[in-house]
Design a protein around this ligand. Structure first.
Ligand code: AHR
Length: 632
């Protein structure tokens, strides 16, 4: 096998390997958003979803939910508690959390609430409970202001035990009416210790991948089950109590395990997503609704002549991200604590949209955005049918429109990934580039609840990705999907990273993605066996890259066969070689092997040193059966 080291073929974009984030499988609420209280503002479909009323039988007191719809359309409901000489244990509420609350011994918890009262002696008693209902942390919060105006008050306390399925009690003390809203609990150990922030262990998994981009906020939630429930970024910024929640589109029939208590509270909104990208050094890639609801459900469309507000949202988003503080939306960003621009370069219009309706709408967006921001790269959808007519139609149209990036999705069987390792070998290098925006090998079938993140799927993805890398001249971005799943509340499998309330583990697929991202290189190199790319011969799939920054050659080889294979790699044109190379090996003899909470690194990479013949400029590779090797 020859690698031509002296003549790099094409640039590998810094954005090549990224992540796709969506609030599916409790990805945001109940996932990376570290809020522990479910339905903190009583706006879920049933006002007391997630809450249960506690108290002694003959307590004189009531708990009601009031609705100030006329005055506040964004956060209309609040809790009205009538107390009468009430003490701790007489009247209260329990919050069940998102499939329980993960509580850690010794950790500080920050409780906060908005309240309004005239009672001078009103107090809240907050208790964390273990699964048996025993207290494992408590505090008291006197409600200091009795002027009958809304106030926010907070108190912190420490947990005294670890519990994966905890709960929280709030007991009411006093005499008089106490109104309450936005009852919230966050752990101290959020990402970057930001109050009200994200779950650090989950974000660390992303940071460790060093992704080139983060695509957000989805997925189908961008489109919405209907247009009313589409994702609207302007409703996700600013004070939390003003962010109007919507029912999560993954509550509905397309979800194979519907969770009726799944809402998007937008505690995590566009500002936080941009901030996350900045934190982990990834390019932000927001995707916006194009005036079409999810085509797998309704085909609800905005008439072309009424598309303006949608287009305006896109234009304003660019100003929000990049404008200076003298611009209206730049000023909003600055007021949220980020005077510097976020430097947005990529913007998606539409998720999985298709048909002439999509093209018509996209054309309007494209014209308006390019007129004001000619350098903004637009990501355009080509849907979910990578070998079908719908795809051909869109691909043709999008190329005619000079789309910057075409977003292809493929959720297919492992065989498809092997068969498609040469998918991009003959793609036109001129014009539109490819964003392989959502894909994952399906061990059973697409959106089957039986799909597993097994080694077969991960290995076939590793093999396929050699083809993406080899074709970096046309494939500029790629991301596996979906990213996160809560083991107790998922709707879609397979997923890259699984979590419960206290734990997180990466799947074999995660390690494949991470290996590609951490061994990206800056240029592709020609790698051939008998003048052909190594893409399936003897079940070997390979690609080669050059890393300009470190002067290293990087080889990636997937051996999908069940036999050990050897290959002598000739590094043609290499000037000087280190006699030692580094091999990172990901392998398992069992194609059905998976990782789990209990065995999180069952399939995970191991490093070793291998000899390089610096004089002959060769390296001999012994490729283990069912393995993926990365050699530097
Ligand atoms: O990744 C899960 C879903 O798959 C996404 O929301 C959608 O874009 C695709 O159909």
């Amino acid at each position: 096998v020859k690698v031509n080291v002296s003549q790099p073929v094409a640039d590998i974009q810094p954005t090549m390997w990224g992540v796709f984030f969506e609030d599916i499988n409790f990805g945001a609420d109940g996932g990376i958003y570290a809020e522990m209280v479910k339905n903190r503002s009583f706006e879920f479909y049933r006002p007391l979803m997630g809450w249960s009323v506690q108290g002694k039988k003959n307590t004189e007191g009531t708990i009601l939910v009031e609705n100030r719809q006329e005055k506040d359309t964004r956060n209309p409901r609040f809790l009205r508690v009538a107390t009468n000489n009430t003490n701790k244990g007489d009247l209260g509420l329990t919050n069940e959390g998102f499939r329980g609350m993960g509580i850690k011994n010794g950790l500080r918890y920050d409780f906060s609430v908005m309240y309004r009262t005239q009672a001078s002696n009103a107090k809240l008693h907050v208790e964390l409970l273990n699964a048996k209902g025993e207290p494992i942390g408590q505090t008291t919060l006197p409600l200091n202001q009795s002027d009958n105006n809304w106030h926010k008050q907070a108190v912190s306390f420490n947990a005294t035990a670890t519990e994966p399925k905890g709960k929280m009690n709030v007991w009411f003390e006093g005499t008089g009416v106490i109104d309450l809203d936005m009852i919230s609990l966050f752990p101290e150990d959020t990402w970057k210790k930001r109050p009200g922030g994200m779950r650090a262990d989950m974000i660390q998994m992303l940071a460790d991948m060093k992704p080139g981009f983060v695509r957000f906020p989805g997925g189908c939630i961008v489109e919405g089950f209907d247009l009313d429930q589409r994702y609207q970024w302007k409703k996700t910024i600013g004070p939390l109590e003003e962010r109007q929640l919507v029912i999560n589109r993954w509550n509905f029939e397309f979800a194979h395990r519907p969770t009726p208590d799944y809402f998007q509270t937008f505690g995590l909104g566009f500002f936080e997503y941009f901030q996350l990208c900045e934190d982990i050094g990834a390019e932000p890639l927001p995707i916006l609704n194009c005036g079409m609801a999810c085509q797998f459900n309704t085909a609800e469309l905005v008439p072309l002549e009424q598309l303006d507000p949608y287009v305006q949202d896109a234009v304003d988003l660019i100003e929000f991200a990049n404008g200076d503080a003298s611009t209206p939306w730049g000023k909003v960003r600055a007021s949220l604590g980020h005077p510097k621009p976020f430097n947005l370069k990529l913007l998606g219009v539409g998720n999985e949209n298709w048909g002439p309706q999509y093209i018509d709408r996209l054309a309007i967006f494209q014209k308006a955005i390019k007129a004001k921001y000619p350098d903004m790269k637009l990501v355009c959808s080509s849907g979910t049918d990578p070998n079908g007519e719908r795809f051909d139609y869109l691909n043709g149209k999008l190329r005619d429109m000079k789309a910057d990036l075409i977003d292809e999705h493929y959720y297919r069987r492992p065989e498809w990934f092997l068969e498609n390792a040469r998918r991009y070998d003959n793609y036109d290098r001129n014009g539109s580039k490819i964003f392989a925006g959502e894909w994952a090998a399906q061990s059973d079938k697409t959106v089957s609840v039986n799909n597993k993140n097994n080694w077969l799927c991960a290995l076939s993805e590793a093999a396929f990705m050699t083809g993406l890398e080899r074709n970096a001249a046309v494939v500029n971005m790629a991301s596996y999907a979906p990213l996160f799943a809560n083991a107790d509340a998922w709707q879609w499998t397979p997923d890259l990273i699984w979590v419960d309330n206290l734990r997180v583990y990466g799947t074999p697929n995660y390690y494949v993605q991470k290996l590609y991202s951490l061994n990206k290189g800056t240029h592709t190199l020609k790698m051939t066996q008998n003048n052909e790319p190594l893409a399936g011969q003897d079940s070997l799939y390979a690609s080669a890259a050059w890393d300009k920054a470190t002067s290293e050659v990087i080889l990636k080889v997937a051996n999908v066969s069940d036999k050990t294979q050897t290959r002598q790699i000739q590094l043609d044109g290499a000037k000087k070689l280190d006699p030692k190379g580094k091999l990172t090996l990901l392998k398992n003899d069992n194609l059905d092997a998976v990782n789990s909470f209990e065995n999180a690194t069952n399939v995970s990479p191991v490093d070793q040193t291998i000899p390089v013949d610096a004089r002959k400029k060769t390296v001999a590779l012994t490729l283990a059966p069912k393995s993926f090797s990365v050699v530097r």
